[in-house]
Design a protein around this ligand. Structure first.
Ligand code: B12
Length: 298
């Protein structure tokens, strides 16, 4: 995928004149860097940030390497319920349509966490009932998981570039949990909040998570619990992770479909959340408070 565009290329993608883009550049509305030869260039992630903030439609998406958006889904034109459309596309295993919907809704300004909680998760929940009455239910559920993973990974490439001094977050799910999507969503959501993220995925032993958090000096660890049968034991492991990492200054956020009812866990660095929107809010708040502390110490 092309990562840089000249003002002329970006203008063509939006269907505006080159001088309009130059005015935005000169006015500081859009970030640019310079090539070795002194020419202005716009990074893909800055182009995406501008489109999200300005609400400008993308007339020629293929010029930005987003050919799949061409005519397949325009959030401004659609009256159908996007959740139903996404569910139908996941059911068909239509990877192009799923990617197009998620990317165009992201470009239209929707938060990644909203797309996860409001579109992908409800669609997967519905698809999870198919096995009860359809012979192809399990095939559809496996295929939909793969298609959703591919689309989320595409979204990750469009998120704002991470700075070298961005705080580090990592996470996953513990052994006996095979579910890929929840941890991938968490990774995408914290990345969208400006964290440098590492997704260790499902089936990750607690000690591996602890060591990885220390090695990377993570400040945030997310953990997902999806399997009811092992949830109580996993919550014990989560409290152990929180205790081990407390003196390292790590905050733990645990969530997921299998999260046990709130109990007397009394850990100041252990937070329970039910949705990606809550995780996004937590990650945003923690980043702001840590940045504030770092600035105050300088
Ligand atoms: C795909 C799928 C599978 C795939 C998973 C593929 C993979 N590697 O990921 C496979 C085939 C492995 C599988 C296996 C099984 N599955 Co299954 N599976 C599903 C399905 C359809 C989708 C799961 C998914 O990805 N959902 C999308 C995620 C993102 O949604 P979510 O988990 O709700 O997450 C949201 C919130 O909980 C929260 N959240 C999640 N994690 C975190 C973390 C943090 C930090 C925060 C803040 C928030 C948060 O935010 C998310 C977005 O809103 C679900 C249906 C469903 N209801 O989800 C069934 C489902 C979970 N499976 C079910 C069953 C029964 C099974 C099996 C027992 C089937 C079998 N007989 O073998 C096995 C058990 C596997 C095991 N070891 O436990 C049942 C569980 C019923 C129950 N009472 O628990 C479900 C509900 C289907 C159903 N309706 O019957 N499954």
């Amino acid at each position: 995928m092309k990562q840089f565009f000249s003002p002329k290329e970006f203008a063509a993608a939006l269907g505006v004149s080159e001088s309009t883009v130059r005015r935005w550049v000169d006015g500081g509305t859009i970030n640019v860097s310079r090539t070795a030869g002194g020419h202005r260039r716009i990074e893909l992630t800055d182009a995406i940030g501008f489109i999200r903030a300005s609400g400008m439609p993308v007339r020629e998406p293929q010029l930005l390497g987003l050919a799949e958006l061409d005519g397949t889904f325009d959030p401004a034109q659609r009256t159908d319920d996007p959740a139903q459309l996404l569910c139908a596309a996941l059911e068909r295993g239509d990877a192009v349509q799923v990617r197009a919907m998620l990317v165009s809704m992201y470009l239209a300004g929707h938060a990644v966490a909203d797309l996860c909680d409001g579109l992908i998760a409800p669609a997967m929940h519905k698809i999870g009932t198919f096995w009860e009455h359809r012979d192809d239910g399990i095939m559809i559920e496996h295929r939909a998981t793969d298609v959703a993973i591919a689309a989320l990974n595409q979204l990750r490439t469009l998120l704002p570039a991470q700075t070298a001094d961005a705080p580090v977050a990592l996470g996953g799910a513990l052994p006996d949990d095979p579910y890929l999507l929840p941890s991938l969503m968490a990774a995408t959501v914290v990345a969208a909040q400006g964290w440098r993220e590492t997704n260790l995925g499902p089936q990750t032993p607690a000690d591996v998570l602890i060591a990885a958090a220390r090695d990377s000096q993570a400040q945030l660890v997310w953990l997902s619990i999806s399997v009811d049968d092992v949830a109580v034991d996993q919550m014990r492991q989560v409290t152990r992770i929180a205790d081990e990492l407390r003196d390292d200054g790590v905050s733990i956020v645990v969530g997921g479909r299998g999260l046990p009812q709130p109990g007397q866990r009394n850990r100041t660095n252990l937070h329970e959340a039910r949705s990606m929107t809550e995780l996004a809010a937590f990650a945003r708040g923690l980043r702001a408070s840590r940045t504030g502390i770092a600035a105050a110490h300088q």
